[in-house]
Design a protein. Structure first.
Ligand SMILES: [Zn+2]
Length: 327
């Protein structure tokens, strides 16, 4: 098994973020809106030496949410572009330079970035490296079926869980750049309201499906949080990590399930090869629905180029295909 998740440096991961923000605000007030307890640039990876705070996020989902908090006070870049699989991603030499140059690194954690655990551990000795999932309590996490003691990392599919991740990001921005804490908090609060609306939209769309139609079959096991939050039974023909290939038995079991339940559509994913899901669709003579965005956003100029767009696009595609509106 891999090493445990890296916690935010210099901070107790179990401390509620709201308490931290309160403390942050108090320190700001006491220090007359100067950076908390240190002059800018005095600590490596801490307050800014000059210009905007440089933030590097691993996935597009984290980068997009971080940009909503950052506004013009920080510059956020994503390590992984559209269609990139984070389970298998290994940083290039150029990526390693970007990781070194960033003042704040945001990653998903829960071993989503399975090949980067050692990179994060090493970086956390010199700068702020934050797993955005770290404040989600273990009771709200699902088990990783193939790995004892580990949790399913695909937390962004339950918008309620992602709100907790966004709260962790807000706290990280505030900690890394105290002079702009009030702005980060204000933009973060506005974004959390948008996420609340998104959660409501998902629930409303699912209501359009008869309960027996709420079965979601996809390329890999990414959608269990979506299933739990919005009431779908979920089957992935590959495991939680795309590292394991779909076994023949799992393929034939899935075909049997589709036939037995009269399921109308199954779904390929943007960041997973389509061969296995296409084979199941052909064998079961079932419709292949629109491609779902699972572990990466769509192209920046498309409808799934943001986190909110990705979630809306997925739920729309699922409801449309499973309701039988696609022929
Ligand atoms: Zn995945």
């Amino acid at each position: 098994m891999n090493a445990p998740i890296v916690s935010r440096s210099g901070r107790n991961p179990s401390r509620p973020w709201s308490l931290f923000l309160l403390l942050c605000g108090t320190l700001l007030a006491l220090s007359g809106c100067e950076s908390a307890g240190s002059s800018p640039g005095s600590s490596p990876g801490g307050a800014r030496a000059s210009g905007s705070l440089r933030v590097l996020a691993t996935t597009g989902m984290i980068a997009d949410s971080a940009r909503q908090i950052a506004g013009e006070d920080a510059e956020v870049t994503a390590l992984m572009g559209p269609g990139v699989d984070p389970h298998l991603y290994q940083p290039t030499t150029r990526d390693q330079r970007r990781l070194r140059e960033a003042q704040l690194v945001l990653y998903n954690g829960l071993h989503l970035e399975g090949k980067m655990v050692e990179v994060f551990e090493s970086l956390s000795r010199e700068k702020r490296v934050v797993a955005v999932s770290e404040e989600i309590s273990p009771e709200r996490l699902l088990a990783w079926a193939d790995s004892v003691g580990m949790h399913d990392p695909h937390v962004w599919f339950d918008v309620g869980l992602w709100k907790t991740a966004v709260e962790t990001m807000i706290a990280a921005f505030c900690e890394a750049d105290p002079p702009h804490a009030a702005d980060y908090r204000a933009r973060g609060a506005a974004y959390l309201i948008e996420l609340e609306k998104l959660d409501g939209y998902c629930r409303q769309r699912v209501e359009e499906l008869a309960p027996e139609r709420r079965v979601l079959i996809t390329s890999h096991d990414a959608f269990h949080y979506l299933g739990r939050a919005y009431g779908f039974e979920v089957v992935g023909i590959q495991g939680i990590s795309t590292e394991s290939e779909a076994g023949l038995k799992r393929l034939t079991d899935t075909v049997d399930l589709i036939r037995a339940r009269g399921i109308r559509a199954i779904f390929p994913e943007s960041s997973v090869p389509r061969a296995a899901i296409e084979r199941v669709a052909a064998d079961a003579r079932v419709l292949l629905g629109a491609e779902l965005y699972s572990d990466a956003l769509g192209p920046a100029d498309g409808p799934a180029g943001t986190y909110i767009g990705m979630i809306r696009s997925n739920i729309d595609a699922i409801v449309t295909a499973l309701s039988g509106e696609l022929k």
